[in-house]
Design a protein around this ligand. Structure first.
Ligand SMILES: C[S@@+](CC[C@H](N)C(=O)[O-])C[C@H]1O[C@@H](n2cnc3c(N)ncnc32)[C@H](O)[C@@H]1O
Length: 269
């Protein structure tokens, strides 16, 4: 994750955007912090430093080893290229958050903090990138797993990675479906769902996406749980048909203390 910084919207942009790439590596972070402080103030800068420090720590002690099992991966947060993207609405490209996987612990601690039986649910990663979160979720006995990714290049990487994990005996490939589709077009599976939203898009896409989930629930009422990591648009889930779930137990504490991002969970009533 070197040279990747978060802006105030939780979007990830390259250090070049701060004009520091020509400085020696050790000077870049302090210079970015100074520039950020001027742009966004002390509080936002300290929040940013905490996020980056925890991501580095978790990467070092956990994700770097796990990622070795994924042959196709990006070393940097990267944008979807328009020519390979499948979109239903022109706003989807502008609203997309760059492809950067969440630390595995953000997902494992959240699943541990929720009262949820994986055997009864289909796990769907909405904005599945190169398949890291899917590969982690596949270690749990979910009925099935589906990744929805609108960017062709990331979808292909996810296919390579799931095939590699299957070849290594770490997952059953028949349980995992990868769709090169827009989140605004992909049909939600007709069974109890866990939807992972790792801050994939901005409000102009999140709003119609939530409406699609609501419609799918009205058509076929069934348990639908949403895990929203780095919940930049949590206000959109404040609706009468959705309740927020409490994250409980030791894993909830681990998430609060060591999780780089806030995590919220919701359930359709
Ligand atoms: C922050 S990444 C999450 C990666 C993945 N969930 C993980 O943790 O390993 C967000 C992903 O959402 C994808 N995305 C953004 N907008 C989308 C849309 N409208 N439909 C489908 N995928 C989208 C991006 O291309 C990017 O790969």
């Amino acid at each position: 994750m070197t040279d990747v910084v978060l802006n105030e919207h939780g979007r990830i942009r390259r250090a070049d955007a701060y004009g520091v790439s020509h400085y020696p590596v050790v000077l870049r972070e302090p210079l970015i912090a100074l520039k950020m402080m001027r742009e966004t103030g002390l509080r936002a800068t300290l929040g940013h430093i905490r996020i980056i420090a925890l991501i580095r720590l978790l990467n070092r002690f956990d994700d770097n080893a796990r990622m070795r099992a994924f042959p196709a991966r990006l070393s940097d947060a990267t944008n979807a290229s328009a020519d390979q993207a499948r979109i239903a609405d022109p706003q989807e490209l502008a609203e997309a958050v760059h492809c950067a996987p969440i630390p595995a612990t953000a997902l494992t601690w959240t699943l541990g903090a929720l009262d949820l039986d994986p055997r009864a649910h289909h796990f769907v990663d909405v904005g599945s990138g190169w398949g890291y979160a899917l590969g982690i979720a596949a270690q749990y006995p979910f009925r099935k797993l589906t990744g929805i990714e609108f960017a062709g290049e990331f979808h292909k990487m996810a296919c390579t990675n799931m095939d590699a994990l299957a070849a290594a005996g770490s997952l059953d490939r028949t349980r995992v479906e990868l769709r090169h589709e827009s989140a605004l077009e992909s049909e939600l599976p007709q069974e109890p769902l866990v939807l992972l939203l790792a801050n994939p898009f901005g409000p102009a896409v999140m709003r119609p996406f939530i409406e699609r989930v609501a419609q799918s629930h009205r058509d076929n009422p069934r348990p639908i749980t949403v895990i929203y990591v780095n919940p930049k648009h949590a206000d959109l889930f404040e609706r009468s048909d959705v309740e927020e779930l409490a994250l409980k137990g030791t894993d909830a504490w681990k998430l609060r203390l060591f999780g780089p991002y806030a995590v919220r969970a919701y359930r359709w009533r």
